[in-house]
Design a protein. Structure first.
Length: 150
């Protein structure tokens, strides 16, 4: 069994900075302190893309400030996340930039908010920690909508 390396997308730091209270930067490596999950597992095997943001100039920090990942043909990942309760079906969002047949869900807890987007069969995952955006619930929506428009 061969394992493919994931590729790094061009991270839109400016778009992410617009929704955070601190300056974020893309680290030179993909190391993150967040726990691995299904999306990370899948991206290693089917050439997904990931951007990890962290505090600018602070070195290793206990929490990553924000993370974005994309998985082509990753609709099955979102279905698994919905099925196992990782994504709350009641958190469905109507976002500017989504076409007919697209869908998005927001899930928040005490640490972070995440949005899962299914667009043309591609799964996109946005995660924003409360440490960098205290009004995380609305900030992540602004980030996703700005990214969809880009």
């Amino acid at each position: 069994m061969s394992t493919r390396l994931r590729r790094i997308t061009t991270a839109a730091v400016a778009v992410t900075d617009d929704v955070s209270d601190v300056d974020l930067s893309t680290p030179s490596d993909v190391a993150t302190d967040t726990a691995a999950e299904l999306g990370d597992f899948a991206m290693h095997r089917v050439e997904g893309a990931v951007c990890v943001f962290r505090y600018d100039g602070s070195g290793r920090y206990p929490l990553t400030g924000a993370a974005y990942s994309e998985l082509p043909d990753g609709g099955w990942v979102l279905e698994q996340r919905l099925g196992n309760g990782t994504v709350d079906r009641s958190g469905r969002l109507d976002l500017d930039g989504l076409e007919s047949g697209d869908a998005a869900w927001r899930t928040c807890d005490d640490m972070l908010c995440s949005v899962d987007v299914l667009r043309d069969g591609t799964w996109e995952h946005f995660a924003l920690w409360r440490a960098v955006a205290p009004d995380t619930t609305s900030a992540i929506v602004r980030w996703v909508e700005a990214s969809l428009a880009a």
